[in-house]
Design a protein around this ligand. Structure first.
Ligand code: BTN
Length: 238
């Protein structure tokens, strides 16, 4: 496929029902956040879920965190690995990215029409085949576990866990999901740079508020909340 997100958007526009999943062996135009390319060769899990949650549009981006918790929980339950979540939605093994999430929201007459949640998991690929600039920061389950991973089982487990969390989200239990997110976060407590629209904010990540915004303590001691952006963990301590 070109991109499972693109196909899912087309299906959702045509009325596909909630729970429809688009899954590919390989994407030739995989999309990452901020317009970046997402390298998607054979051996990974590339899938997109169509959702039609009954929430205000402002809450739809929270589904990115819900999905991040579901991916991290799946990997934690299935494997003995050091899994963490980098705000808002990168799943890491140690300090290397193994999975990313791209959420897109479509509204109609001020309401959510649909949300598509794209999930990429680096499973059975050899990271040495990735472009050099990505190699240092990325890993795959096969690299970490030294064995091939059965994709079908992983996808099944993920969907079971996601379904429970999505139900919680629809029942207004985002706070509880955030408790899980905080436990698995490896951003909180770190000094970070957050890049957004050409601007950079530096500070210590001290928490995530009830809406999923990252709370930064800036060098002058003031607090700043950020809803989105690219977050980089830096070694400098406060
Ligand atoms: C990121 O930049 O971290 C988000 C990456 C999201 C990649 C997934 S793979 C399945 C779905 N289809 C796409 O084109 N992108 C997402």
């Amino acid at each position: 496929m070109d991109s499972t997100n693109d196909i899912a958007r087309k299906l959702a526009d045509e009325g596909a029902e909630e729970g429809t999943i688009v899954i590919a062996d390989r994407q030739i135009r995989g999309k990452g956040r901020r317009g970046k390319e997402w390298i998607s060769p054979l051996g990974g899990v590339w899938m997109t879920i169509i959702l039609r949650p009954d929430v205000e549009p402002s809450k739809a981006p929270q589904l990115t965190l819900v999905t991040g918790v579901a991916v991290a929980e799946t990997l934690n339950q299935e494997y003995d690995l050091d899994i963490g979540i980098k705000w808002p939605n990168d799943i890491l093994i140690g300090d290397k990215k193994v999975s990313g999430i791209l959420t897109e929201v479509k509204t109609k007459n001020g309401e959510v029409d649909y949300v598509i949640v794209g999930i990429g998991i680096d499973l059975n690929m050899d990271i040495n085949t990735f472009p050099p600039e990505l190699r240092d920061g990325a890993t795959s389950l096969k690299t970490e576990l030294d064995q091939e991973i059965e994709a079908t089982r992983l996808v099944q487990r993920f969907l079971e866990i996601f379904e429970v969390l999505y139900k919680d989200f629809n029942e207004d239990n985002f706070r509880e999901i955030l408790t899980g997110w905080r436990k698995m976060s490896n951003t909180i407590g770190k000094y970070v740079e957050v890049h957004k629209k050409g601007r950079t904010v530096y500070g210590e990540a001290v928490g995530v508020n009830k809406d999923g915004k990252l709370i930064l303590e800036l060098d002058d001691g003031s607090l700043r909340k950020v809803i989105s952006g690219e977050c980089i963990h830096v070694t400098k301590s406060k």
